[in-house]
Write a new protein. Structure first.
Length: 717
């Protein structure tokens, strides 16, 4: 039975045909035997093309009157030749629609070369292009068969220059190169999410238009994931059968192993390597054949920062110093990013193109990248680079504050006998620490990547308050500040460190209540410490009782609502209807008291999510309406916690709509959630929680895409 022709096999046939044309006729038989091995079908296809070529004579050079010029293909009028080869030609054509003239590129497969195999390959390439609609991918517009039997496809006309040439002509600096590369990643990531792997990514297949827009072209070697078995594919990807460009191909492509998205990630790394160094990772692959194609199985590529100033053995390339300072910029993060893509084993590369692009974005934003060990020094250097002005101002302020604290303490020691003056100065120092612990802590919290700075600030402030507490053991306000600070620090920590700090706060609160049982502030702090210890129901009951005893402040209303919602969340396996109702009521009161307060808006969203899990099975429509109202409250969210709440609401709405069979609406909600997650992760790249959230959102989208495949297939039928 004849071998099914895939886009890759079509490209192999075309490649071997062109290579054979370069040889003298007597040498072609030996070469085809070496290239095709025991694949007699492949050899027969190439030999039939060579025979057709001999019958038709050599490919004629362009002549004054091309028979295609002026011809009509459907609504398109052919104007001029763009490119020509042994398999056919590409023409510039136009379509007149009222007063609008649309230019297109038409690829024609000559009827004299129209074997069944080539026809199937051409149609398969056209089908892959039809499934892709992205601003950075050249679009398929139309296709058909001419009156003379020639197959053709109508594509978006890209009036552009290949990527590396465009960069060289305009002397684009490193950061500009990386921004262009992010657009390339966007196109490849989109194709991967459509289950399409390109498999021949190289600068020649990436064009840049005159206005700087990247366009990915030539999906002639692309394949749809799961469309072929590894055994089928390995027959088409032999050593010597170049359905790829060797210097940009992954080791598994050259070895004939089944390709995956990791194949394109390797090629993206090789492309970026070429753009920033001026050479490919393995120069020897440009002219390698047969077993010599396995050169990158035996050694690793040089780091780009090293390769940029070194002449590689066996290459005629000269050192490529690049823009000023580029070697220094490559060293470190960019070296790690590019070499991560170029790992020999697919599983050691980036798991997705989206994560590669996220690390490039992180580098451009002076944020930590995911593949570099996040030491304190590394994170601190990144923070300083992106917040130079703010950190300088903060350093001056902290130095001034430290000097003030020291001066105050020294004066208090010198004036020990003046008790009243010393007490006043102590209050000044306490107020200063409260400012650092609460006001400045909250302000810094809005800066990306500042968690370590917050922890350090809390630790230093607590140390100062602790010293003051020893000098004034009977001061309840000072004790309250210390307990509040301990709760803040404990919730910012993890594991045993968090438990120890929260336990200390709870012990101090209980000890103070023994001495002053009527102290309402201390009762509230004790309840908050209990909540931080996950004793939510007890803590919520105490806070609700305190709110009845005295008029609560806005912050206290929010604290009570948060605690009751936490208790309701903890009981969802065995729902407590009373707790859920009180959570909803308290959240509504908090939002009424402070409609613009981020914490009030977040607790309102939490209440809606809790309510949705109680009522989802009975009243899906009403639950979706409640979730939508909570999402509307969060419109214009500017902080990461608010954006996280938006994501949870959207994901819940996506789940409910998917369960109800509304797959399109579910995809829309999940897609919007994924965009917000990417924004949160960009603001907080050193957060493991947001990295996990990013992976979950991508998995959710993939599952929804897969669940829609039967529906899409049914529509196409």
């Amino acid at each position: 039975m004849a071998e099914e022709t895939t886009p890759e096999r079509f490209r192999l046939i075309e490649d071997l045909f062109h290579r054979a044309l370069e040889l003298k006729p007597p040498d072609r038989t030996t070469a085809l035997a070496e290239w095709c091995g025991d694949d007699t079908g492949l050899r027969a296809e190439v030999e039939s093309l060579l025979a057709a070529e001999n019958d038709a004579g050599e490919i004629p050079p362009p002549i004054a009157v091309d028979p295609w010029i002026g011809r009509q293909l459907g609504p398109y009028t052919i104007e001029r030749l763009l490119g020509q080869g042994g398999m056919g030609a590409v023409y510039l054509a136009s379509r007149l629609n009222a007063e609008i003239r649309q230019q297109v590129a038409i690829k024609v497969l000559s009827s004299r070369l129209m074997s069944n195999a080539l026809r199937e390959g051409f149609l398969a390439e056209r089908q892959i292009l039809a499934s892709l609609d992205h601003p950075n991918i050249a679009r398929l517009l139309d296709g058909g068969v001419s009156a003379r039997g020639e197959l053709y496809m109508v594509m978006e006309f890209v009036d552009g220059t290949r990527l590396d040439q465009w960069i060289a002509d305009r002397q684009i600096l490193l950061r500009g190169i990386l921004r262009l590369f992010i657009d390339v990643c966007s196109a490849v990531d989109y194709a991967h999410r459509k289950l399409v792997v390109h498999r021949d990514l190289k600068p020649g297949n990436i064009l840049v238009t005159t206005d700087g827009q990247v366009k990915l072209v030539d999906f002639g070697t692309a394949k749809i994931l799961d469309a072929q078995s590894p055994e089928q594919q390995s027959r088409f990807t032999r050593l010597g059968l170049r359905a790829f460009t060797p210097e940009f191909a992954s080791p598994e492509q050259i070895a004939g192993v089944f390709a995956s998205t990791a194949t394109d990630i390797y090629s993206l790394g090789a492309v970026l390597y070429k753009l920033v160094t001026g050479r490919v990772p393995f120069e020897e692959l440009r002219t390698a054949t047969g077993s010599s194609l396995g050169v990158h199985r035996d050694r690793s590529a040089l780091a780009p920062s090293v390769a940029i100033t070194r002449i590689v053995a066996g290459s005629d390339a000269s050192p490529h110093p690049g823009p000023p300072g580029v070697r220094r910029e490559l060293r470190g993060d960019l070296d790690a990013i590019i070499l991560k893509c170029l790992h020999k084993r697919p599983e050691d590369r980036y798991p997705s193109v989206a994560m590669l692009a996220a690390d490039i974005e992180a580098f451009l934003g002076a944020r930590p990248v995911s593949i570099v060990r996040p030491t304190f020094r590394y994170r601190a250097v990144k923070f300083l680079r992106r917040r130079t002005r703010e950190v300088a101002a903060a350093a001056i302020a902290i130095a001034a504050l430290a000097a003030g604290v020291w001066s105050t303490y020294s004066a208090a020691q010198a004036a020990r006998r003046q008790e009243q003056e010393a007490r006043l100065r102590m209050h000044d120092v306490r107020d200063l620490n409260r400012t650092l612990l609460f006001d400045i802590y909250d302000a810094i919290g809005e800066l990306p990547g500042s968690s370590d700075v917050q922890k350090a600030l809390v630790s230093e402030s607590l140390a100062s308050l602790d010293k003051l507490a020893k000098d004034a053991p009977d001061d309840p306000d000072l004790a309250g500040d210390l307990i509040s600070g301990l709760i803040r620090l404990g919730t910012a920590q993890e594991g045993d460190a968090s438990k120890d700090i929260i336990h200390r706060a709870l012990t101090m609160a209980e000890a103070n209540l023994k001495a002053r049982p009527a102290d309402l502030r201390m009762q509230r702090l004790r309840a908050l410490a209990m909540g931080a210890s996950h004793r939510y129901s007890e803590a919520a009951a105490i806070l609700e009782d305190l709110d009845q005893k005295a008029q609560p402040s806005t912050a206290e209303r929010i604290e009570t609502a948060e605690m009751r919602c936490a208790s309701a969340e903890s009981s969802l396996r065995e729902p407590n209807a009373d707790w859920i109702t009180r959570c909803e009521s308290l959240a509504a009161r908090a939002l009424d008291a402070a409609p613009r307060d981020p914490r009030a808006r977040i607790v309102n969203a939490r209440a809606a999510l809790i309510k949705s899990r109680q009522d989802a099975a009975q009243r899906t429509h009403e639950v979706l309406k409640t979730l939508g109202s909570a999402f509307a409250v969060l419109k214009g969210a500017a902080t990461a916690p608010e954006m996280r709440a938006q994501v949870e609401l959207l994901n819940r709405m996506a789940d409910l709509r998917s369960s109800a069979g509304h797959s399109v609406e579910a995809m829309a909600a999940a897609g919007e959630a994924a965009k917000i997650v990417e924004s949160i992760y960009a603001l907080n790249p050193d957060s493991r929680e947001y990295r996990r959230l990013l992976a979950e959102s991508q998995q959710r989208l993939a599952k929804l895409n897969v669940s829609r495949l039967p529906e899409i297939a049914k529509r196409r039928e």
